[in-house]
Design a binder for this molecule. Structure first.
Ligand code: GLA
Length: 437
C-alpha cells in the first residue's frame, strides 16, 4: 500500500540520498552511499522516519487499541472504520520502529478490579504481540500515576489524618477536593493504609512488569508526580498522601525487582518550563543519591507551534543532561492552533475564521517549522536522546485532534511537517555525501 501522494523534493533528483542515512559513522555513511548509488536504477522509495533517524534514535508512536487489535473496536475515544484502521496499521509499520500504548497498560484498563483476577490482559497482550511481530522496541506506559487509576486502589477504612484536612487551605500543594483520575477518589474520605497501598502497588507492578518481562524494554514507572504550581516538588496525589514521598522509590524498586533488565523511566510534562524542570532535577538527584534505579528521563513534550523555541528546547535538554541519564521524548505532539483549526476547504475566508485568524497553510507551515526546530534540537543532543515517540499515528486519532498536532493527517497522508522532519535528518547526511565525492 502506498501512503505518499508526493515524494519529497531532492536536489539532482537523488531521492535515494535520504537512504544514505544521516550516519554518525563516516564509513557506514560512505558504504551506504556507494551501495545506494550503485543501485540507482531501482524504483525510488520515499524516506521513512525510522530509516532517516536510524543512526540517532528510535522514532516511535503511541498506538491505540484499534491498531493493536486490528479491529474497529470503540476505545481510546477513537472511532475508525476498518479500512482506516488497516491504513493506520500499515503506516505504523512503515514509519516507526518503537511503540507506546496510548491507554491499554494504564492501571484502570489493565487492572480495573481488585485482586489477582481483576486484570484484563487482552488488549495489553495484543499491544505487546503487535510490537513483537513487527520487531519494534516496546515501551510500557504507565505503572504509577494519579490519572486513570481506579478509586479502589486508594480506598480503605482509614480516615485521613487531621493534618491533611488542615493542610487543604494552604496555598501550595493543597489537596484538591475533586477526585483524581477516572473513578474520582475522594481525597478527604476513608483510604487505604500505607501498607495496603504499598502492597497493591507491589502486586500490580510485579504482575504487569513480570508478565511482559524481556518483551517490554522500557517502563514509565512513575508518571507526572511533580506539582506544576507552588514550591512543593511533589503533586499532592493519593500516592503521596497515603504512602508518603517514598512512593516513587518503592515503585522503581518493585519494577526493578520484576524485570532487572528493563529501562525504568520517570516521565513528566512541561519540562520545557524552567521552574518545573528545576523540580525534576532536584527530585531525580535525590533519587539517585538514594540509589533508586531511575534509568531514563521521559520528557512528554506536548508542545505547541508557539513554543518552546529552538533555544528553549536546547536549554531544556542541556540542563536535563546534567543528570547523566538517557532522555526519551515520550509523547511528542505540537498543537498547531490555539482554538483548534479544523477546516481544510478551499475557502480562504472560512479558513481564516476557523483558524482564529491564521490560514490553514499558515498553520501547516508553522507546524512544519516547529517540528523542524524540535528535531534539530533532538539531533544536536543525540548522544543523550535515545527515543522520540509521537503521541499518535495521525491527527484523526490524536487526543488533541482539534489542534492537528501530528505528522500525518486523518487520512494518513504526510503533512508538510513530515517532510520538514525528514529534511532535518537529511541535512546531517549531506556532509557524508560530500565526503564520498
Ligand atoms: C499524559 C499521559 C498520557 C496521555 C496524555 C493525554 O501525558 O502520560 O498517557 O494520557 O496525558 O492523552
Amino acid at each position: 500500500m502506498k501512503y505518499f501522494s508526493r515524494v519529497p523534493s531532492c536536489p539532482n533528483g537523488v531521492v535515494k540520498t535520504l537512504y544514505c542515512g544521516a550516519a554518525s559513522s563516516v564509513i557506514l555513511g560512505i558504504a551506504a552511499f556507494v551501495a545506494t548509488c550503485a543501485n540507482s536504477g531501482a524504483a525510488e522509495k520515499p524516506a521513512t522516519l525510522k530509516d532517516s533517524y536510524a543512526n540517532y534514535f528510535h522514532v516511535g508512536v503511541a498506538i491505540n487499541r484499534t491498531i493493536a487489535t486490528s479491529t474497529d473496536v470503540r476505545a481510546d475515544n477513537v472511532n475508525r472504520t476498518m479500512d482506516r484502521v488497516q491504513k493506520d496499521i500499515a503506516l505504523t509499520k512503515e514509519q516507526f520502529d518503537q511503540i507506546s500504548p496510548e491507554n491499554d497498560l494504564k492501571w484502570a484498563l489493565i487492572q480495573p478490579r481488585e485482586g489477582a483476577d481483576g486484570y484484563d490482559f487482552g488488549p495489553a497482550d495484543a499491544y505487546v504481540n503487535f510490537g513483537l511481530a513487527n520487531h519494534m522496541y516496546i515501551v510500557g506506559h504507565t505503572l504509577v500515576w494519579h490519572g486513570q487509576t481506579p478509586a479502589w486502589v486508594f480506598a480503605g477504612t482509614n480516615l485521613p489524618p487531621a493534618a491533611h484536612l488542615a493542610d487543604s487551605n494552604s496555598e501550595t500543594n493543597a489537596p484538591r477536593r475533586r477526585g483524581f483520575g477516572r473513578g474520582g477518589f475522594n481525597m478527604n474520605g476513608p483510604r487505604a493504609s500505607r501498607e495496603e497501598l504499598l502492597q497493591r502497588m507491589h502486586d500490580h507492578i510485579a504482575t504487569v512488569v513480570g508478565r511482559y518481562k524481556g518483551k517490554i524494554k522500557v517502563w514509565d514507572v512513575v508518571n507526572e508526580a511533580i506539582d506544576d504550581r507552588g514550591t512543593n516538588i511533589l503533586r499532592n496525589s493519593p500516592w503521596l498522601q497515603i504512602i508518603g514521598p517514598d512512593f516513587i522509590a518503592k515503585a522503581f524498586e518493585y519494577a526493578h525487582e520484576a524485570d532487572p533488565d528493563a529501562i525504568l523511566r520517570y516521565n513528566d510534562y512541561s519540562l520545557e518550563n524552567p521552574a518545573k524542570r528545576r523540580k525534576l532535577i532536584t527530585l531525580i538527584k535525590s533519587l539517585q543519591a538514594q540509589h533508586v534505579p531511575v534509568m531514563a528521563i521521559g520528557s512528554q513534550t506536548h508542545v505547541s507551534v508557539s513554543g518552546p523555541s529552538f533555544e528553549q528546547e536546547d536549554a531544556a535538554l542541556t540542563e536535563l543532561e546534567q543528570l547523566g541519564l538517557p532522555i526519551h521524548i515520550t509523547e511528542l505532539d505540537v498543537n498547531s492552533a490555539e482554538g483548534g483549526q479544523r477546516d481544510t476547504g478551499a475557502d480562504v475566508a472560512n479558513n481564516a475564521t476557523t483558524t482564529q485568524g491564521g490560514l490553514v497553510d499558515d498553520a501547516n507551515r508553522k507546524l512544519a517549522d516547529q517540528y523542524a526546530n524540535l528535531f534539530r534540537v533532538f539531533l544536536k543532543h543525540h548522544d543523550s536522546v535515545k527515543v522520540v515517540t509521537l503521541w499518535g499515528v495521525n491527527d484523526g486519532v490524536s487526543w488533541r485532534a482539534q489542534g492537528r498536532p501530528l505528522l500525518f493527517d486523518a487520512n494518513d497522508q504526510p503533512k508538510p511537517a513530515f517532510y520538514s522532519v525528514i529534511a532535518e535528518a537529511k541535512k546531517l547526511s549531506e556532509p557524508i555525501k560530500a565526503a564520498a565525492k
